[in-house]
Write a protein that binds this ligand. Structure first.
Ligand SMILES: NC(=O)c1ccc[n+]([C@@H]2O[C@H](COP(=O)([O-])OP(=O)(O)OC[C@H]3O[C@@H](n4cnc5c(N)ncnc54)[C@H](OP(=O)(O)O)[C@@H]3O)[C@@H](O)[C@H]2O)c1
Length: 259
């Protein structure tokens, strides 16, 4: 098991689904955790209390709207006041859903620029601004690991997912550019691409039951993915075991992409 004692993680969207599981996993390995929430401030407070009590680490939550990525700049100033040891790991994880994705989530003939642009802002712009702020802090610390969450919806056809799928492809390309330019600062940049994982984001799909059935049918492991299936790859990418791994995407899909 990795030992992240005296290390600090910053992750967007730590209140639910995959992000929450990563917060709990890194804290259990001794990392201090900073994470963002959008609407669930009560849940964010509970998570902070839980990991501080259970694992004796420091935890802080900050309000962020990834549709306004420049908010990262002020949030990182607050982070600097709270975490004097700097930053080691950054994970761009938060994703929008609901009204913000209208025109971006749906069949091809119903796609509209506004919805698509919102997903670009939340996926690519938010990764860029968050990773820039993170990289400034990591450089001072002698290096670090940056991860963007992606999904296999950019590799395999997933009904209604064109807006998200194309922007996950874009963020993976952006990740490779960041990796090429940040390596000289000792910063590695990678993506973790999940197949369908049982979270609120997936439950928002109108055809959730159909997607779930299809995943179980296609996976050689005959089950749906769960958030804890994703955390190991993130911990590995932040560990010394991944010291020469940069500019890559690790696909965790229960074998569904090839079927
Ligand atoms: N679920 C899947 O099938 C799957 C598969 C592959 C990859 N992924 C990727 O994994 C990541 C996490 O997905 P998930 O399924 O865990 O999502 P989720 O359960 O829907 O959680 C979304 C998180 O993002 C936050 N958020 C929502 N709207 C926001 C906004 N406007 N500004 C800032 N934060 C906002 C939420 O905060 P509040 O709780 O405060 O609202 C929450 O913490 C995403 O990048 C997603 O694309 C998911």
């Amino acid at each position: 098991m990795q030992d992240f004692k005296n290390k600090t993680l910053f992750i967007s969207g730590g209140t639910r689904g995959i992000g929450k599981e990563i917060v709990l996993d890194f804290a259990s390995k001794g990392a201090n955790v900073a994470f963002t929430y959008n609407s669930n401030s009560d849940i964010a407070d509970e998570i902070c209390k839980e990991v501080e009590t259970k694992y004796g680490v420091k935890a802080k939550a900050y309000a962020l709207n990834i549709l306004e990525p420049n908010e990262y700049k002020d949030i990182f100033k607050l982070f600097d006041e709270d975490f004097s040891n700097g930053l080691d790991f950054f994970i761009s994880n938060a994703i929008i859903s609901g009204r913000a994705v209208v025109g971006g989530f749906g069949p091809f003939m119903r796609l509209k620029p506004k919805g698509l642009n919102n997903i670009y802002t939340a996926t690519v712009d938010a990764f860029v601004v968050g990773a820039q702020e993170a990289a400034k802090r990591m450089e001072v610390n002698g290096g670090g690991s940056i991860i963007t969450m992606s999904s296999t919806g950019n590799l395999v056809y997933t009904p209604n997912y064109a807006g998200h799928g194309t922007n996950k492809a874009a963020v993976e390309a952006m990740m490779r550019y960041a990796a090429a330019e940040l390596g000289e600062k000792g910063i590695r940049v990678n993506a973790v691409s999940g197949g369908p994982i049982d979270t609120d984001a997936l439950k928002a799909f109108p055809n959730y039951e159909e997607v779930k059935g299809e995943v179980v049918r296609r996976s050689p492991l005959s089950r749906m993915g769960v958030p804890s299936d994703i955390t190991g790859a993130c911990a590995f990418l932040c560990s010394d075991s991944a010291s020469w791994l940069t500019g890559q995407t690790i696909v965790i899909d229960g074998g569904t992409t090839f079927q």
